[in-house]
Every structure is written in C-alpha cells, then in structure tokens.
Design a protein around this ligand. Structure first.
Ligand SMILES: *Cc1c(COP(=O)(O)O)cnc(C)c1O
Length: 373
C-alpha cells in the first residue's frame, strides 16, 4: 500500500477551500473572530471565562427576546434534540409542519423522541397554512415549526402559530437555525416556548455550538415534568443546576469549546454595537438587494408576500447548476444547490457571516451576470 507523507497531504490546497462562502451556513468568519480561534485553549472555568460566557448569554437573550438561554457543545440539531427531550414526553402528540427539507428533519426527530406526529403539509415556497395547523391542533401537546426553511427561503409565521398553540394549551418549539441573527425574534413576547439554533449561520460564529432558548412558560414546563428526560447531557435542569451551583466559577456541567464561545462573543458584540434592530434591518435590506438583483438578471426568485427570509435566498433557473459551477470555478464563490421541494433547477444563496455584506452581494450579482453571458 502506498502511504502519502502526512505533510504532503496537508500541504495540498483543498479544492473545497473557496475564497467566498455564500452558502446558508456554515459561514465565513470575520477575520477578528478567526484570530480568536487560533489562540491558546482556555479552560471552561474561572472568573474571566465566566464574564465572557455571561456576555454571550446576555447578547443571545437580547437578540432572541429570551429570558433563559443555554449554550451547549453541538450543532443546531443537537439544540433541537435538547429542546425535544425537555419539552415533550414520549407518547405525546405534536403538530409538525412539513415546510421542506428541515421540516422533514423535525418530523423525523419528533418520531425518534417517541412523539405521535400530525404532519401539516405546506405548498412549496409558501408559508404554512394557519387553518391547517388549527385543524390539527386539538388534543396535541405541542407544535414544532421551522422559522426559516432553508430549502425554500420562506419565513413561516411562527408568532401566529404560537398564539394558536397557546389557545389549545400546546407548547411551541421553533427551529431558528437559519433565522437567528437574521430575523426579528421576540420569543417571550410572541409566546414561543422554546427555540433552538446554532453558532455557524446568522450568528456569524464557527460551527460547534448549539443554542437553546426558553420563554418563562417553556422554562416552567421543563421543570414541571413528572420525570427527568432520558438523557444526562441534554437535561436542561442539570444545566440550570450547574449555573446556580457555581455561577462565578464553572457555570456549565460539561467542558465547553471555549474558543468557539469566544469567537461567537466577538460576532455578537459587533451586532450589539450596531444595535440588534439596526442589524436585523440591514439583513432584510441585503436580502431585498439580492432578490431584486437576481430578478433583474431574469431569474425566478422565491419571495412569498411578507414571508421572504433574510438569510437565505432561493432562485430557480434551468441553468442553476451551471451558474453554481461557474461561480465556484471562476470566482471562488460557493453558493448552495437546491434542496427539498426545490432540489432541481435551483440554487441557494446564504447571507450569513462575512459573506453577508453589500459588497459580497454586489460581487455575486456581477459574477452571475457574467456567468449568464
Ligand atoms: C442548518 C439547519 C439545521 C441543521 O443544523 P446543524 O447545525 O447542521 O445541525 C436545522 N434546521 C435548519 C432550518 C437549518 O437551516
């Protein structure tokens, strides 16, 4: 067997090393946050660490309108698992909207957690139908919904769904992985009980951190369970207990990926300095610029009335794959292919992290125009 020397293998430029990531996550890091990742590893305890950790939780709490925030090692799906474990008990019934690729994942996850799922179908590219959710709700313990479905670029009306769920005494869990840091979310104000998201998309961080946020009602529900969830790691009561036991030294029950937390802290601090509202308004304006530009180039863009997402734009074109390949080859720009109901003849642009800027959108539009000539 021929063995390649280790050095030679790592020295080869990786063909997946794009200059510009414009996929809907993971995002390209701001160079200041990337530099933080290169520093010596810090332990997950001590007064200095606690101050940084608390700052991240406070920023997430302000951004999401959430009184209770948990940061855990893991991806967005880990956050969803955590929320599912803690909010619901096996044998309960939930309504899940089939919004597309990630809606399907929620259906699958709910089943893995032993829940009976009432699936509400969605028309591709349109927001979930509130009447169909209302019809499915009686007798259910919860509603699980994607805020932004990354396969379609649609922002679903979770606030109205949460109000409906509340009328039926059901809990609302929202998948905000492709929404946090891009969409206005007022968890407590909207009566949403829990959301899960991740560091590597709209929050502008590196991959590896899951975020779970609870409203007061969701937090009460987590602590009012008859039995603890069948998991040690994801039991949020354990995370609450650790934060109470050692608030000034080691506020988590496990080792944290401290570098990832500190890189995320940088990204969130810049959003806070811009002002969270101003930041979100800029995301919406950037998505509008991107959609208008693509339409001007003759592409079909998914843009339901009042429900177009800020962090992901889906365009339809019979030349989608060709455009995507040309951008990768000629410009080092990586955009994503179609997914779910728009798997064929579509591409997706992610406006997250360092790829989510006006100059990047202008460059993208110019290069797509060139690719189509
Ligand atoms: C990316 C994404 C996920 C999965 O997140 P991971 O971090 O890969 O686990 C889930 N839901 C939505 C809407 C997403 O966009």
């Amino acid at each position: 067997m021929k063995t390649e020397p280790f050095v030679a293998a790592t020295a080869i430029a990786d063909p997946d090393d794009y200059a510009h990531l414009m996929i809907p996550g993971p995002c390209r890091l701001d160079p200041r946050d990337a530099e933080v990742l290169g520093r010596p590893v810090r332990p997950h305890y001590g007064a200095g660490w606690v101050a940084s950790f608390r700052a991240v939780l406070a920023d997430l709490s302000a951004l999401l309108g959430a009184p209770h925030v948990y940061l855990m090692p893991g991806s967005g799906s880990a956050g969803l698992d955590a929320a599912l474990f803690n909010l619901f008990e096996p044998g309960q019934s939930v309504v899940v909207a089939d919004t597309g690729y990630f809606g399907r994942r929620l259906i699958d996850m709910a089943r893995v957690h032993g829940l009976h799922v009432r699936v509400v179908p969605c028309a591709p590219g349109l927001p979930v139908d509130l009447e169909r959710v209302a019809e499915a709700l009686p007798g259910c313990h919860g509603v699980i919904l994607t805020l932004v479905e990354t396969a379609t670029g649609v922002r679903h009306p979770v606030e109205r769904i949460a109000a409906l769920a509340r009328e039926h005494g059901a809990l609302t869990l929202v998948d905000a992985v492709a929404a946090a840091g891009g969409e206005r979310i007022d968890l407590q104000g909207a009566g949403i009980d829990a959301i899960a998201t991740a560091s590597q998309k709209g929050l502008g961080g590196a991959p590896g951190l899951a975020v779970v946020a609870l409203g007061e009602n969701g937090h009460r529900a987590v602590h009012a369970r008859a039995t603890r969830p069948p998991t040690w790691f994801y039991d949020l009561a354990r995370w609450d207990a650790a934060a109470l036991e050692s608030p000034d030294w080691e506020p988590t029950p496990v080792t944290m990926p401290t570098g990832l937390v500190l890189a995320l802290a940088g990204s969130l601090a810049r959003m806070r300095e811009t002002g969270f509202d101003a930041w979100l308004a800029e995301r919406a304006a950037l998505a509008r610029l991107c959609r208008d530009g693509l339409r001007t180039l003759g592409l079909d863009v998914i843009e339901p009335d009042g429900c177009a997402a800020s962090l992901v734009v889906v365009a339809l074109s019979p030349h989608a794959d060709e455009i995507r390949e040309r951008l990768a080859r000629d410009d080092g720009i990586m955009i994503a292919g179609g997914l779910g109901p728009f798997e064929e003849n579509a591409f997706r642009v992610g406006l997250v992290g360092a790829g989510g800027t006006r100059p990047m959108v202008e460059l993208l539009l110019e290069r797509i125009a060139a690719a189509r000539r």
